[in-house]
Write a protein that binds this ligand. Structure first.
Ligand SMILES: Cc1cc2nc3c(=O)[nH]c(=O)nc-3n(C[C@H](O)[C@H](O)[C@H](O)COP(=O)(O)OP(=O)(O)OC[C@H]3O[C@@H](n4cnc5c(N)ncnc54)[C@H](O)[C@@H]3O)c2cc1C
Length: 455
């Protein structure tokens, strides 16, 4: 028997949770032994569990944690190409390479995600409009299939496997290693221009006008504001700062270090978060951020404000929360406005929502981003929420929009099929790589990407 432990696992939103058998291999060669052992009916890889929903949850089956497969394998100082195991986290990469002048090509809003997780969800950052997804900077990867083959694939060789795996939510195999092209930067600081915008129309117009001039662009939206203030926001427009732009006396331009983190020591009671307290928070944020140019802030505060508090997901209490992320195509902004109206009217208590513009769609068969506007917000679990969200899903569909698998926990298989038109192609590649259905997850079964072999 290969050692495993039973753990109640969920995504970052803490809902839904299921009992899974967790395996923690330390060597790449042990991964195939686990998949081949037949100990569990099916398996799914799991990185740092930062997806919000059920993509790395596998009740009644095995979960293969990759966090011990975290070796850096090589780095080319000239080209910035890093080869590492899939369990290396973005935080570990930054710690080693930022002081040497290299930054991640794309980063999500937390650095506590693994390279494998970043590829399997083909994550995006505040620079999608310019630089695309994480997968666009992966030069090649090695994939262990359930049958025991190790496939070296890239945009040039075994393209079918590569584009099914980039964004493939762990269902094509276990990513063992990847080569990533890093970007060179001149400091660990960001130069940020702020724009305080009075409603959704002004927000969308300003994003459109400014996007091309900035590498990073994201708006924090007060989604509890109503009427003429619906969608009021603070837009943050960022660039990596040059050494001569830093404050005098800054010293080492790479001297900014990740902050020490206080934690949330217990689950907050349900009443702590309510529309009143959140309205006050959102209002204060808006008031405190007037338009201004050229503020210098360290990379950690700019890219990862939420990482400053350990286990911040506990503030939503034991019932947990979901993160709803919907993208509307360019020209269908009316859908976005309607969604905001619906959320605001339902007082879906949420701290600031995030709005950004995506650039062109990538090639990953299940990759999420496509050209348009994407809105993301946290919603605490409560009675009736699932029905409310399925109404929102219908609205998103009606406008040709799409929900993000890294965040989702309840979309129906039919909505998924309508939102992800390349799912058929994905299934075909998956059948070739995993004919016996060894890989599965709660999400895969829910979205009919894998058979339910437990019931
Ligand atoms: C605060 C916060 C902010 C975020 N901001 C963003 C954002 O701005 N943009 C964005 O795109 N996402 C964002 N996310 C989501 C997060 O980036 C993704 O969910 C990411 O995939 C999580 O990586 P992980 O290592 O935790 O993987 P997990 O959540 O553990 O797993 C994610 C998926 O990857 C698969 N997987 C993991 N490792 C492997 C492997 N080695 N081989 C094959 N499959 C594997 C799993 O099976 C699963 O399907 C955010 C999440 C949080 C908590």
């Amino acid at each position: 028997m290969i050692p495993s432990s039973t753990q109640r696992l969920s995504g970052w939103g803490r809902y839904p949770a299921e009992d899974c058998k967790v395996f923690r291999p330390e060597k790449r060669r042990s991964v195939h032994e686990i998949l081949d052992s037949g100990q569990e009916p099916h398996y799914i890889a799991r990185g740092l569990g930062r997806s919000y929903g059920d993509t790395a949850v596998n009740g009644g089956g095995g979960v293969l944690s990759t966090v011990r497969l975290n070796r850096m394998l090589s780095f080319d100082e000239e080209s910035g190409i890093l080869e590492c195991e899939a369990g290396v986290s973005l935080a570990e990469i930054l710690e080693v390479f930022l002081p040497r002048g290299w930054f991640l090509p794309v980063t999500p809003g937390t650095k506590f995600v693994t390279v494998g997780g970043a590829i399997a969800n083909d994550v995006h950052g505040k620079n999608h409009h310019r630089d695309g997804t994480f997968g666009a900077h992966v030069l090649d990867l090695t994939l262990l299939t359930p049958g025991g083959d190790v496939i070296d694939c890239s945009p040039e060789s075994r393209k079918d496997v590569y584009w099914a795996t980039v964004g493939g939510i762990g269902l094509t195999g276990i990513i063992l290693t990847a080569k990533i092209r890093m970007q060179r930067v001149e400091s660990a600081y960001m130069k940020v221009d702020y724009r305080r915008l009075k409603n959704i129309q002004e927000t969308l117009a300003t994003i459109r006008e400014t996007d091309a001039q900035y590498q990073y662009s994201v708006a924090w939206v007060d989604c509890l504001a109503r009427g003429g203030a619906l969608g009021r926001s603070v837009l943050l427009l960022g660039q990596h700062a040059a050494p001569n732009e830093l404050w005098p006396g800054t010293g080492d331009p790479f001297g900014a270090r990740a902050r020490k983190k206080p934690g949330v020591p217990f689950d907050f009671p349900g009443f702590a978060l309510n529309p009143l307290s959140i309205r006050a928070f959102n209002g204060a944020f808006y008031a405190m951020h007037p338009s201004r140019d050229g503020k210098i802030i360290d990379y950690d505060s700019y890219f990862y404000p939420l990482d400053a508090v350990n286990n911040w997901n506990r503030i939503y209490g034991k019932r947990g929360f979901t993160q709803y992320q919907a993208t509307f195509p360019t020209g269908k902004e009316d859908g976005l406005v309607q969604l905001l109206e619906r959320l605001s009217a339902a007082s879906c208590a949420s701290f600031l929502a995030v709005l950004k513009r995506f650039g062109p769609e990538g090639k990953g068969l299940l990759s999420y981003p496509f050209e348009g506007y994407t809105l993301t917000l946290d919603i605490p679990m409560r009675e009736g929420l699932l029905a409310f969200l399925s109404d929102c899903d219908r609205l998103v569909l009606q406008y040709g929009g799409r929900l993000y698998l890294a965040k989702d926990m309840c979309m129906s298989a039919d909505s998924f099929a309508a939102m992800y038109p390349r799912a058929g192609e994905f299934r075909k590649v998956r059948r070739e790589l995993d004919p016996k259905g060894v890989l599965s997850s709660r999400m895969a079964r829910r979205l009919r990407l894998a058979e339910d072999t437990t019931s």
